[in-house]
Write a protein that binds this ligand. Structure first.
Ligand code: BG6
Length: 503
């Protein structure tokens, strides 16, 4: 690594765990671009699951975008690994080309140059010899004249059942012992606290925490990152951000998509909650971190997760009415945050598929003011819509011109008003992995703390199955009409006077 690179990385705090001076997200993004553009370090990107949906939908489009923007090291080799025997490097490149063209890319010399960097290897992650994979990588290094101090990055875009054999295989072949190697693991990181702990301990037997990138792609979304700026770069709300002024918080991640033919679907709770939704709860409710350094932020998230409680009594499951035989497709929860700032403020969280519209939003309901002067005044409400219309809006009570009554109006800010395009989450995440910045990735103890919060619910559901005893409202899986707001029973977990925001 050149002195210049070292200095840039140091400025950014890449790979550091000690507190450092905070820099703004804009400065950080700019410095990241500069770092990537200047980076001369060769890179081997080993994509385990090269033919996966994720590779097609997210990874190749994002990688190509970074390539076009010249944000990748110039000497780059992509080794796509999958078990399909008939695929060759040539047919794989043809598939990636067609896939990118189908997604709106145009034929161009850049596309050809990108494809030229891709090699395919047929390899079974469960039964294959990782020594062979190692020797294929060695061969690639020679063929492509890759420098010995290159970065090598293994990306597990595979089914969760393959995490363990892949990590073991890479580890036992010594591929992770290389300090220039890092490994990215997709979600779900385990399916319980016990399995998350087992995965962590397996990983830590072969590599250090600094080499591990646990992916939660929601952290790569600009609007999710903006939560930190919104809270800590603006004085106006921070003073009100506590139990004295806030009545309740509601977080919704509603989707119109259905489960479809997904056979890896584990149900709304495991699929969305101990990852995406907990990230939103943490970023909304955690204490200010000491700096924007990766570990300072993650320390605060872990502290929040430790006081987050989810009681199975306040968990409503649902399933859309055309879905049979699978796990719940909807979950609504009432949570408690037992710390000084939030004690007594209910946090409502819901997510579901087959709902009326796609929206991910955080709604902060402020307390009602005394009704002595304007008895009809509604409490102020702040809505942070993270997708699909990236915007912030706050409701106000305003006097109607010419009348003595008041009416609710909203003050809106749309993210689309920026001239700059909003990058795809995976572009940012891939760029950060290459730069070694772990801020937007889940730390090992954080992944365990995330599972710890949902375990009482999962254990309770398990006990219902085994006991088959008397079922209460929260034990039933409620049907809801496709295209609706979810089951009406979700109302039963709300405190008096509270309502879900209509979708
Ligand atoms: C994934 C879940 O992690 O996130 C999917 O497995 C879900 O079920 C998806 O649809 C939602 O992500 P996004 O980026 O489409 O909001």
């Amino acid at each position: 690594m050149s002195e210049q690179e070292k200095t840039t990385r140091k400025t950014l705090g890449f790979g550091q765990s000690s507190p450092k001076t905070a820099i703004s997200p804009a400065e950080s993004a700019k410095a990241l671009d500069t770092f990537l553009a200047q980076s001369k370090k060769d890179l081997i990107f080993t994509l385990l699951g090269g033919l996966s949906n994720l590779a097609s939908l997210k990874i190749f489009p994002a990688f190509f975008q970074l390539f076009k923007e010249k944000k990748l090291p110039s000497n780059l080799a992509i080794l796509a690994v999958d078990r399909h025997e008939k695929t060759t490097s040539g047919s794989f490149r043809a598939w990636v080309r067609q896939d990118l063209l189908d997604k709106g890319e145009a034929e161009s010399p850049e596309l050809e140059a990108f494809l030229h960097r891709i090699t395919y290897m047929c390899f079974n992650l469960q039964t294959g010899s990782y020594a062979e994979l190692k020797s294929r990588i060695g061969q690639l290094e020679q063929e492509r004249d890759i420098s010995p101090d290159r970065t090598i990055f293994y990306y597990l875009a595979v089914w969760p059942v393959l995490f363990e054999p892949s990590i073991k295989g890479l580890g036992q072949a010594g591929l992770l012992a290389d300090l220039n190697a890092c490994i990215a693991v997709e979600k779900p990181f385990g399916n319980s606290l016990t399995s998350a702990k087992a995965l962590n301990s397996l990983l830590s037997s072969y590599c250090s925490e600094e080499q591990i990138f646990r992916i939660d792609h929601w952290l790569g979304k600009e609007t999710v990152q903006n939560l930190l700026a919104f809270r800590f770069a603006n004085g106006v709300f921070e003073h009100l951000w506590n139990r004295q002024f806030i009545e309740s918080i509601e977080i919704t991640a509603a989707e119109t998509v259905l489960v479809g033919s997904r056979n890896d679907y584990v149900g709304a709770l495991m699929d969305m909650v101990p990852n995406h939704l907990w990230q939103l709860v943490c970023l909304t409710m955690m204490e200010p971190p000491n700096s924007l350094n990766a570990d300072d932020i993650r320390d605060e998230k872990v502290k929040l997760l430790r006081v987050l409680t989810a009681d199975p009594k306040y968990a409503i499951r649902g399933v859309y009415d055309t879905y049979y035989g699978g796990p719940e497709t909807y979950i609504a929860l009432k949570l408690g945050v037992n710390n000084y700032r939030w004690a007594g403020v209910p946090v409502y969280v819901r997510t579901g598929k087959g709902m009326k519209r796609k929206v991910t939003q955080i709604v902060v309901n402020f307390k009602r003011i005394p009704s002595t002067l304007f008895p009809t005044a509604q409490p102020n409400c702040l809505v942070l819509e993270l997708q699909p219309k990236e915007r912030v809006s706050i409701s106000w009570q305003v006097k109607v011109p010419g009348e003595s009554s008041i009416r609710e109006q909203s003050l809106d800010f749309s993210y689309r008003s920026f001239k700059e395009p909003i990058p795809e989450a995976y572009e940012r995440l891939l760029a950060d992995i290459i730069a070694g910045d772990r801020t937007l990735f889940t730390r090992g103890d954080e992944a365990e703390a995330q599972w710890a919060v949902v375990m009482p619910i999962l254990n309770h559901w398990q006990s219902i199955v085994t006991n088959n005893g008397n079922l209460s409202e929260s034990d039933i899986v409620h049907q809801y009409p496709l295209g609706s707001d979810g089951p009406a029973a979700a109302q039963t977990i709300l405190e008096k006077g509270h309502n879900w925001r209509s979708l």
